[in-house]
Design a protein around this ligand. Sequence first.
Ligand SMILES: [Zn+2]
Length: 457
Amino acid sequence: MTREEAEDSRDDMLIDGCEPQQRLDNAVPDGFDPNYLKVYYGKLFPHADIFKWMSYGNDGKHPGCDQSYFGRREFSFTLDNDIYLRFQSFNSASELENSIKEKCPFKIDIGPVYTVDPAKRHAYAQAGENVFTPVERELVFDIDITDYDDIRYCCSGADVCLDCWPLMTIAIKVIDTALRDDFGFNHILWVYSGRRGVHCWVCDGKARRLNNEQRAAIADYFRLYKGNENSNKKVSLVGPALHPFLVRSYIDVLKDFFEEKLLRSQNLFSNEERYEKILEMIPDESITSELRGKWQENRRSSISKEDINVVRWEQVKHLLQSGKQKAQGLRRCVEEIVFSFTYPRLDMEVSRHMNHLLKAPFCVHPKTGRVCVPIDPNHCEEFDPTSVPTLSKLLGELNMMGGLRAEGDNEWDRSSIGKSVSYFRSSFLQPLLKSCKEEIESSYGAKVQQSKNSMSW
Ligand SMILES: [Zn+2]
């Protein structure tokens, strides 16, 4: 039984037990159900906000708005029975909303904005015009906890718990800081993928207009994880000095996380198999055999009351960083070990190509029933994937609200995704649309000025 199934059955037992009458009446059986999804899309999914976001200010009245913009965006729907509808496009907020409500997709993916309406791409092809190509797309990142399976001992595969989730939290911190400070991006949305990872959408105009080559260059900037299944050395830090981005990540985030959390939460040195994995990253036989000797002895006596992982890590550091170890390579080893266990592991292919699809925020994950809610990078350590609202929880809340809703209220306001929708609006969407408006106005102004200048010649 997986952790999730265990949780589910606990919930069921509560519902079957002596719960108050009100709870019984409003409880909705747990799990994912297409009928619940219909209600979710009908009452809770923030259709209008997704439309506003994907329009980037072009739905306004200003003459600089590109009215065709939203209609050139690809959406794709995964329906029940894995029916996959690609190249869906919509010309208005209501078209988008009606289609979602009617088709009730298990998953909604968002693709790029093309040169022409993606639904009409064949017509253009028949006309002999080869004009169907992506022109804009958010810069996206995908981080999945299954890529950390060789360094987390609490879970594997799709499972995730509060001991390994912090690996995602620090990935958010490291990437978010670099995107803002090193690349100057401002409009960044982090979203829980609904099960085992996070997605990042960089939505600044200059990010959306990057070509594939530029995207690949940014992905490479973050690339450090060079390992494969057969190599224990996942990270190799070469050169006389570390890149400032890596130094900052190490000092501000990774080192403390490794020493204060991960060492103990994953018991990195607790047995021979685990410490051998770390010793294999140290390319000096005299050091590894000295440590190995100590630890094998230590197991027999075990006098120390201190945490064994902390003690052993201090011994590793002491030996590698002591004055005797002149070679820069060995001092660097401490950093290499920390990076190997903590540095973000990105799915590079997702970031490299404009036409990669990515699941839309506020979708419901069909396996967990959890809503893909935004994560505030400034408070990402507070985010708990196990307490994210599920479809059945939301439906229970809707039942509870019943007829109490006042006219004009949004249903999600008082549901447990209320906070997520208001975060999305106030912290992400409003500042984004403000800058889109400014951008549209100034580029229109420049165009008008240009045509005035050319007329006066
Ligand atoms: Zn775990």
